[in-house]
Design a protein around this ligand. Structure first.
Ligand code: F6R
Length: 606
């Protein structure tokens, strides 16, 4: 989705802003723009990529040390030069970049036009520029404050005025925004990856807060740079770079073993068979009363939740439901606030639907918990308590390592609930011990990357795929299909293996291969039979199987063996070959693996 960068300091704003935009490209966008203030404002906007913008500005002298820039993902109006941000007022003195949506923009635009304002784009954002102009009396922050008081919607904004070239005014409500504080320079961005190169000291503006950013600090609520607002970014710059891998997606799949270690570090006590989740300690009393869990998420995070449902009911001893966040918020769910908790799963911590689900139940007094990767993100701050993934930045648009860490954390939460309820010490110890073994087992799977690539080569030209799994691996079948379709654009359907004969089997012939997850677990015979039904209809079959299972070769055309683990933890392993398979097919088909068409990394609009 849209990306914001702002710079004020002593260096060339142009270079820093362009570098920042490049680091935000992964979020998905279709146009870009920049304004740098010198003696006069230098504004350049373009449809297309940051490269195009860079080309357009390379011969323009922009020595200024203050500016803002943006990558736009079109919502109101086509991706054109005019609709790209920054937007400006009638006098071309006030400039603004904005993420989010101004819901009442039509009404505001009509009254601004009546007052004589001239608009030059179709966007909702431009309304903000004119509203600020309307309220401007020589103080940008007061003008922004007054303008925003008339707005309904969500925003992360950065605004500058040619009359006050010593400040950027930033504000946020429902859209991410971070302020980086460097040495005589400040950088504003919608994502930490644009800040990391410059500083690790950051401030996370609160919902509805307006912050004046200067080169030597920030002013908020009348206070100058309050120390207790400054946090330190945990991420390293290398984590946001490819480090020799051809794509972020491959790098992030290969980070799986480290991600598990980082997600569980200090959180597992094997001897006692328990997990210790510091982020949930403050709500320990409330949690002991909980009788029902609702998990919400979108896309891959939702599939993590589906695995969580199996885990939490079988081993955590707690009734659990999982819902698409986008559906949950409109369902008017019946919730008992004394005994229900909601878990929101989100890598970015900014997904609009998931955030709205959190806000919805919070209003009803329900305890909200987060499993969130991005520290300081909106969902992390909106929830009452939570567990950070510590997976590091995920740059590939298709979620891979985040899912692995979400599953690891759900296993820890299961242990926590389970051991407070019926789960025995012995079983707790077994689970904890096995979680520790997972990184080495993922390494073993990754060592088969070349073999998985060969299998991908065989299947890359098929137009449709079916993914089947059952019980814990049913959500992984859904995830395998999602990965393939989103990065290779091949049609794929995920199904619970037992449902296949209730419809999808009609699709099967020699041109419609099936990817099955058939491990030596409690549903082995069932899934095996389902795959036999495919075989009988001449369907090609690829299987992820347990090492040592030679029987599976009787029906499978291709087998990827994975190490044995507990059935409940197996999704953490089975998902890896599915991610690699999708990755290799997408590369072979020449797709833009890290930035697939039409997709955005964090979906901050409904
Ligand atoms: C799929 C994918 C998306 C996200 C979904 C939720 O590969 O990346 O389906 O999982 O948009 O995003 P977060 O986890 O940031 O809330």
């Amino acid at each position: 989705m849209c990306g914001i960068v702002g710079y004020i300091g002593e260096k060339s704003a142009k270079d820093i802003l362009i570098d920042g935009l490049r680091r935000l490209e992964y979020r998905g966008y279709d146009s870009a723009g920049i304004i740098v203030l010198d003696d006069k404002p230098n504004l350049v906007k373009t449809e297309g990529k940051v490269d195009t913008l860079d080309e357009k500005i390379k011969d323009i002298s922009m020595p200024g040390n203050i500016g803002i820039a943006h990558t736009r993902w079109a919502t109101h109006g086509m991706p054109t030069d005019e609709n790209a941000h920054p937007h400006f007022d009638c006098n071309k003195k006030i400039f603004i970049v904005h993420n989010g949506i101004i819901e009442n923009y039509k009404h505001l635009k009509e009254s601004l036009i009546k007052n004589g304002h001239i608009f030059s784009s179709e966007t909702d954002t431009e309304v903000l520029a004119h509203l600020i102009e309307e309220n401007y009396e020589g103080n940008l922050e007061s003008a922004v404050e007054n303008a925003l008081s008339k707005v309904i919607g969500t925003y992360g904004i950065a605004a500058i005025s040619a009359d006050e070239p010593d400040k950027i005014v930033a504000a946020k409500f429902g859209s991410p925004l971070i302020i980086g504080l460097g040495d005589n320079e400040s950088i504003i961005a919608s994502d930490a990856s644009a800040i990391l190169r410059h500083t690790k000291q950051v401030v996370y503006p609160e919902e509805g807060e307006i912050v004046v950013v200067q080169k030597d600090g920030f002013i908020t609520k009348g206070e100058i740079s309050p120390k207790d607002r400054i946090a330190i970014l945990e991420w390293e710059l290398e984590q946001a770079e490819k480090s020799g891998f051809p794509h972020f997606m491959l790098k992030e799949i290969f980070e799986g073993p480290k991600v598990i270690k980082d997600s569980i570090r200090g959180r597992l006590i094997v001897d006692e068979g328990i997990s210790k989740l510091g982020g949930l300690e403050d709500v320990a009393d409330e949690l002991s009363r909980i009788e029902r869990l609702i998990i919400v998420g979108c896309g891959t995070a939702y599939y993590a939740g589906l695995v969580g449902e199996y885990l939490l009911e079988e081993y955590g001893g707690i009734p659990t439901e999982v819902e698409y966040a986008s559906e949950f918020r409109y369902r008017k769910p019946l919730l008992d606030k004394e005994t229900t908790a909601l878990i929101a799963i989100s890598q970015s911590g900014e997904t609009a639907d998931t955030l709205s689900a959190v806000k919805e139940v919070k209003m009803k007094g329900v305890l909200t918990l987060g499993i969130v990767n991005v520290v300081g993100s909106t969902i992390a701050r909106e929830t009452d308590a939570g567990v950070y993934n510590h997976a590091g930045p995920e740059i590939g648009v298709a979620s891979t390592k985040a899912l692995v860490s979400q599953l690891a954390i759900l296993s820890l939460i299961t242990l926590m609930f389970g051991r407070q309820r019926e789960l025995s010490l012995v079983m707790g110890q077994r689970i904890a011990k096995e979680i520790y073994e997972l990184p080495a087992k993922i390494e073993e799977i990754l060592s088969q990357n070349d073999k998985i690539k060969e299998i991908a080569e065989k299947y890359k030209d098929y137009k449709d795929f079916l993914y089947l799994g059952r019980k814990y691996n049913y959500p992984i079948a859904l995830e395998g299909a999602l990965k393939l379709k989103e990065i290779s654009y091949i049609h794929a359907e995920g199904y619970p293996a037992g449902e296949m004969k209730h419809g999808p089997i009609a699709l099967i012939d020699e041109n419609f291969p099936t990817f099955g997850i058939c491990l030596k677990d409690s549903v082995y015979d069932k899934v095996y039979s389902n795959l036999c039904e495919i075989k009988a209809r001449c369907g090609k079959i690829i299987v992820v199987a347990s090492e040592g299972d030679s029987e599976i070769k009787n029906i499978a055309d291709d087998v990827i063996y994975i190490p044995k683990t507990l059935e409940m933890l197996s999704p953490i392993l089975t998902v890896v070959p599915l991610q690699l398979f999708a990755y290799h097919i997408a590369v072979m088909l020449g797709r833009n693996v890290d930035k697939p068409r039409n997709l955005a990394k964090s979906v901050t609009v409904e």
